[in-house]
Design a protein around this ligand. Structure first.
Ligand SMILES: [Cu+2]
Length: 68
């Protein structure tokens, strides 16, 4: 599965690394790519292992807000 989440508050490469890193730590996520200009992150995941709520929580733990 692939999904694109809108993340508020990402402004630089550090934010990009934080969000991508937090997502990639979750079991079931094989890829996470932040687009800083668009303020989005594209996530490739196994829907039997992880869900969007867990991704949202991981991103929020880093201090960013997720919009659906
Ligand atoms: Cu930053």
């Amino acid at each position: 599965m692939e999904t694109t989440l809108t993340v508020k508050g990402m402004s630089c490469n550090h934010c990009k690394m934080s969000v991508e890193g937090a997502l990639k730590k979750l079991a079931g996520i094989s890829d996470a790519k932040v687009n800083l200009e668009a303020g989005t992150v594209e996530v490739t995941y196994d829907e039997s292992k992880v869900n969007v709520a867990a991704m949202k929580e991981a991103i929020e733990d880093q201090g960013y807000d997720v919009e659906f």
